[in-house]
Unconditional design. Structure first.
Ligand code: ZN
Length: 194
């Protein structure tokens, strides 16, 4: 079991350190999204790397002559850069479409990570549902990266149906675990119908 008090304190300690280390001009709108309390810490970390373009993709490894082929192994069709993984790849695109339909984020914004993140940031919907959407996005990026790593390092074939089911389950469990004191009846009904 997670100690809620310890978990909350740790979260804010890390956030405070990050804000101290990060100069104001480098603070992006998604910093607020990242520290939403519905985000699982390891999901938050991978989303943070992805939004900054810091995930070590095959295209990067190829540039540094670490590997011979820069292509995406999930679809074998295209350079493995962050925009491809999130979510131009034919495999991950199916996942983002399903999660976006599930949580109701904007149709046009669904194939590029930064556009999805911006769309969630600007949408007029309430804070609660925005935070649930970010948790869904963070979980999606984490699971795409994990699936890609398992394929590369363990030759484990992806199971995309299980993946989206796990993302939904993760998000629901985390939100229930840290359920806010004040949630409107409308938001509660929306969440319970997910
Ligand atoms: Zn691909």
């Amino acid at each position: 079991m997670i100690n809620t008090q310890q978990f909350t304190q740790e979260k804010y300690q890390i956030a405070a350190i990050y804000i101290l280390l990060c100069p104001p001009q480098d603070r992006k709108y998604w910093i607020v999204q990242l520290w939403g309390r519905f985000n699982i810490p390891k999901h938050r970390f991978i989303l943070w790397l992805a939004l900054q373009g810091r995930l070590r993709t095959r295209e990067k490894s190829h540039r540094f002559v670490i590997i011979d082929c820069p292509n995406c192994l999930l679809c074998n069709n295209g350079l493995e850069i962050i925009n491809h993984l999130c979510f131009e790849c034919s495999k991950t695109k199916q996942c983002v479409m399903e999660i976006s339909h599930w949580l109701g984020w904007g149709g046009q914004a669904t194939t590029e990570l930064n556009r999805v993140s911006k769309w969630i940031n600007r949408t007029k919907t309430c804070r609660f549902s925005r935070k649930v959407m970010v948790a869904g996005l963070a979980s999606l990026v984490y699971h795409v990266w994990k699936t890609r790593n398992e394929l590369i390092w363990q030759a484990k074939e992806p199971n995309w149906v299980n993946l989206t089911a796990r993302i939904k389950e993760n998000v629901k469990q985390m939100v229930v675990f840290v359920w806010p004191k004040k949630v409107s009846q409308k938001d509660e009904i929306w969440f319970n119908n997910l």
